[in-house]
Design a protein around this ligand. Structure first.
Ligand code: EPU
Length: 435
């Protein structure tokens, strides 16, 4: 369970490049969470590997345990999920309200058992986060929806979902995953148009295909799924791909504060949008098959060029999950940049804290700010508002002058495994303390 009394103490480098060494990227949170949901599509136990040890994984495993799933786990991030004794299709309100990814469980669970009930899912407070696409999609697949006392009750007519044509008005990551999974156990063919193209979706589809699912086009905007019966994993295991957001955040930190830093176990092809922006800014790095090496940035950060326009976009565009860390970079680069957050309307709220640190950021509207660099940041006390902004505050604390205290560390633990230990390993002066 999370501990709200923990905080990070960080001593800043005041813009000096001192970090040295190697930092390894863990399995991707937003891939691993969906793999747990996907295990509901199987008749036999499924083994999931390279699962990060983070809060959100505890939340999703608790959610499944409440349904009757048997989960065995060992120390090395290996989990085995067995759904042979499911006894309910009601998702725990308490857990769903704390985990956006709980919505992804609804698809395979409904497809498997013919019904599901759940509350409006929670998660990071970064905007309204509607579920209209989910409700409409379930209806198109032949389900009936009743909303009573804060709970959605969804029942598939005749106990089975039917294939359907779905067009997503917004490219939704969890929406694409949910319906790709639900369609595997539906009758007939489902087509998802304007599907999200995030690499985690293709990775999941490839695993499901290797276990018998009939999916075409994952990783493109049109996915076609032909439904069938429960899948069999046999000896196949799901291996979580590296977290591209973690890799990107370490890269931004490295660009600002490292003398010689190697970010390993990552897939640089998944962060091309960031690499392009950093390259244009003048950051020196070398890209290998599974690493990025930052070295030779001898000039001060003020020498880095601004980005003029940084616009978040669905994959393969610049990820919204890296917008906050990139903001710290832009406070350190020279000149003026417009940051346009196109995905979530509440994802720029954290900038007020940066302004208190000395950043020059002007808010235009909930989606746009203008950031002017180079500014010298001064360490201070901050609350981590969500996990991505929380890690951005850690980066800000590292490049700042003096000490920073970051409260609400559990928000950061939701997505990053023992991040302070890994950062200490490359020379960051960071400590976790309790009140
Ligand atoms: N949208 C709708 N209706 C819906 C669903 C989404 O209008 O029914 C809209 C959203 O309001 C938003 C856009 O579609 O404007 C895209 O949202 P999406 O559904 O793709 O977001 P999500 O699936 O809820 C996932 C990640 C987020 C990440 C976004 C965008 C998970 C569990 N979460 O959210 O990750 O920011 O995709 O890439 O996969 C995080 O890890 O910190 C995080 C917030």
């Amino acid at each position: 369970m999370y501990d709200t009394s923990e905080r990070f103490l960080i001593k800043g480098t005041d813009g000096a490049r001192v970090l040295v060494g190697t930092i390894r990227v863990n399995g991707a949170k937003n891939a691993a969470l969906k793999a747990f949901a996907a295990s509901l599509l199987f008749s036999d136990p499924v083994t999931l590997k390279n699962i990060p040890h983070i809060e959100d994984i505890e939340r999703i495993t608790d959610l499944l345990l409440n349904l009757g799933t048997k989960i065995t786990k060992n120390k090395d991030g290996v989990f085995i999920c067995d759904h042979s004794e499911l006894h309910t299709s009601d998702l725990s309100h308490d857990i769903s309200k704390r985990l956006r990814a709980s919505i992804v469980v609804t698809g395979p669970l409904l497809a498997r058992t013919g019904k599901v009930s759940f509350p409006h899912p929670g998660g990071c407070v970064i905007g309204a986060r509607p579920i209209d696409l989910f409700l409409e999609g379930f209806q198109k697949m032949g389900a009936r929806i009743i909303f009573r006392d804060g709970t959605y009750h969804i029942v598939a007519r005749g106990g089975k979902l039917r294939g359907a044509e779905l067009f997503f008005r917004a490219q939704s990551v969890t929406g694409t995953e949910t319906f790709m999974m639900a369609a595997i156990l539906a009758e007939g063919k489902t087509v998802i148009k304007n599907a999200a193209m995030e690499p985690e979706i293709k990775h999941l589809a490839d695993f499901l295909i290797s276990c018998g699912a009939r999916i075409k086009g994952a990783g493109t905007p049109a996915i076609e799924i032909t439904g069938g019966t429960l899948l069999r994993a046999g000896k196949k295991t799901y291996i979580t791909p590296p977290d591209r957001i973690e890799a990107g955040s370490f890269l931004i930190l490295g660009a600002l504060a490292a003398k010689d830093l190697k970010i390993t176990n990552c897939d640089p092809t998944h962060i091309e949008a960031l690499l392009e922006v950093l390259d244009l800014a003048g950051v020196h790095f070398r890209v290998g098959k599974d690493f990025v090496h930052i070295k030779g940035n001898s000039k001060r950060n003020a020498y880095f060029k601004n980005t003029a326009l940084l616009k978040t976009h669905e994959y393969p565009g610049f990820p919204t999950d890296l917008q906050a860390p990139m903001m710290i970079f832009l406070t350190q680069a020279s000149g003026e940049s417009l940051v346009f957050e196109t995905i979530f309307e509440g994802r720029l709220n954290y900038v007020e804290e940066l302004v208190r640190m000395g950043a020059d950021i002007r808010t235009m509207d909930p989606h746009r700010v203008i950031v002017k660099g180079h500014t010298s940041l001064k360490g201070r006390e901050m609350e981590s508002p969500d996990l991505r902004a929380g890690l951005a505050f850690v980066i800000a604390g590292v490049v700042a002058r003096g000490r920073s205290v970051i409260h609400n560390v559990y928000n950061i633990d939701r997505g990053y495994e023992r991040v302070e230990e890994r950062l200490r390993g490359i020379g960051v002066d960071i400590k976790r303390v309790r009140e």
